[in-house]
Design a protein around this ligand. Sequence first.
Ligand code: PBG
Length: 295
Amino acid sequence: PLFVTAGSNTEEPIPSLPGVSRWSVDLAVARAKEPVAAGIPCLALVPNTQADKRSDDGEEALNPDNLMCQAIRAIKDAVPQIGLLTDVALDPYTVHGQDGLLDETGYVVNDATVDALVGQALNQAAAGADIIAPSDMMDGRIGAIREALEAEGHANVQIMSYAAKYASAFYGPFRDAVGSGGLLKGDKKNYQMDPANGAEALREVALDLAEGADSVMVKPGLPYLDIVARVKDAFDVPVFAYQVSGEYAMIEAAAAAGAGDRDALVLETLMAFKRAGCSGVLTYHALHAARLLNG
Ligand code: PBG
């Protein structure tokens, strides 16, 4: 994951994610060269939208010159070898921090949100994204995005669906990173899954594959390895896990407290993902792990 912020020559450390910063687009371009050298195939870009560009309906997500699109174009231009995966969800753009559009009662409405997500996905694809990664958990968005990508000449853009995404307590540092944490009232349980429910994950994955997802994501990672294994057994498609921000922060906190060896903790957790059946892992430890593995 690579967090992007406005301005130039700017690095903003994220206190709840020690060792991870937001980068202005010019510096993000420089950072994007590091994974190539380390053998990492893909970066997940996430914008921290300026406060004055956030709104109730998050329409900045549709701006062809928004921070995300600027970053996609600049990185593709300078580092064409790196794959770019882009998160589709409205939370970096809304004043309420929810991933979708709200009705009068504050409930996130599914179908109107899907229309906005389709526009967001097309905007990212037009800027040069390789993989569209809807992380919003609305129903029906994979089919709608697939259809729109085909219609608009982006047939080769992949979709990695965050198909089994739980309403988790492990996302806190990410919300700090995108600046939505302080804005969010309540929770995301009206669209993200109940951590107690394993069977629903299989139904969500089945729907997203039927709608045209090329690969699926389970999220968070380590506490949900049973879900990874069940999805891999049931569908035999590429399954990825997101070792999310709170998981990264736990490992860093443990290492800092002397409760474990950082390198060993990083490699053991990544090995566990592989053992469970993951084809790949989206992790904030990626560069560090790649360097360890490369000796
Ligand atoms: C937003 C989104 C979240 C994450 C990825 N995309 C947070 C959320 O759903 O509130 C979390 C990733 C992480 O914690 O590293 N749609």
